[in-house]
Design a protein around this ligand. Sequence first.
Ligand code: UDP
Length: 244
Amino acid sequence: MRKQIMDIGFDSLSMEEALDAAMERIAAGERCRVVTPNAEHALMCRRDRRLLEIINSSGLVLPDGISVVLASRIIGDPVRQKLAGVEFADALCGRLAEAGRSLFLFGAKPGVAEQAADKLREKYPGLTVAGCLDGYYDDESKVVEKINAAPADALFVCLGAPKQEYFMAAHERELNVSLMAGLGGTMDVLAGNVRRAPDIFIKLGLEWLYRLLREPRRIGRMAKLPAYLVQAVWFRLRGGGKHA
Ligand code: UDP
């Protein structure tokens, strides 16, 4: 079920349901774009209506952040849970391995996708990584050619927002893959170069704090979280939301 949280319609699903939905699309050979917006992306969409259109027309829109969960509660129509892109991606690799499906890893600095592929193959024996490509390129059509030469059932696009969303929307029809997911910094985590927060931070909804402590230069980006929540309060007070 999709829940409208201000501008963006988010899927209110459990992780298992999200994975089932993704695998069903792959089994049916249907094209499906997966996006993982958080507060930062939602604020970007205020200025970038094309990005908003791409997000809202995606097959799966996962609430990737405590900010989205909190905003949905403020508005009075809570989403079921946070669905972190990195957890979705990791678990999807397990499902792809089980189903004998293949994956293409695209994005991050040179060599990172290959590192991620090694880690994923180790964790999910039987996973077919059909190809790897870094996210720093001059000619986008060559990128499409390389992905199509693989080819794969699923594609992880890890270029950061909004680059990855634009890439997916622009090449959706010519890319020879079923499921494509825009996953930001996920490749660095899958490769083991960036550590996720310890479980206790994740459980308390404080993953953002852990990230801020490790990378203080992200403070400007992190400031988007309270700004988004203030918008949600304002939206509710002005009569928006389900129970208004
Ligand atoms: N990146 C890329 N190509 C670019 C710009 C960025 O492949 O032209 C990669 C970058 O190396 C990093 C990811 O995109 O792995 C963006 O990570 P970030 O943490 O900014 O994304 P978030 O998860 O916060 O959206």
